[in-house]
Design a protein around this ligand. Sequence first.
Ligand SMILES: [Zn+2]
Length: 158
Amino acid sequence: MGEKLFIADAMLGKFARWIRLCGFDAFYADSSLTDSEIIGMATESDRIVITRDRKLALRTGESLFIKNDEPDGQLLEFFRKYPPDPSRFFTRCTSCNGILEEMSPPYGDEMVPESVAERRLDIYICSDCHKIYWAGTHRKNIEEKIRILMEMLQNEDH
Ligand SMILES: [Zn+2]
């Protein structure tokens, strides 16, 4: 079973970042792309279309039509169909969808803030856009939010 690939439409920018945090491969189709281009890309690269546009969802192969307006509800709709795998969290760049690679010291001064290097946090670099990430408080908050959403989903099953 291969990894599922996604393409999120222009209405789902925040959502795309969140599922990338969870390690999903999600291309973000900004508003410069037409519906036909999105469909073409989805077909060509075997991506599942995640969209807020019911018409677009009906025109594609595998798709998920998102009803909710706000990010938490959107994530719940997505996780119901595609449950996240915690071992994949923080493996992708939220900006560009690239794969994160762990870095080891010595770091270039201009890349990693001294305070971060001193705290010996795990540091990662995006293999595509070279953005730097580290495991700080922000990451704990994200994990907590996803944990709460997962609990909500589990409660739905009973
Ligand atoms: Zn990147």
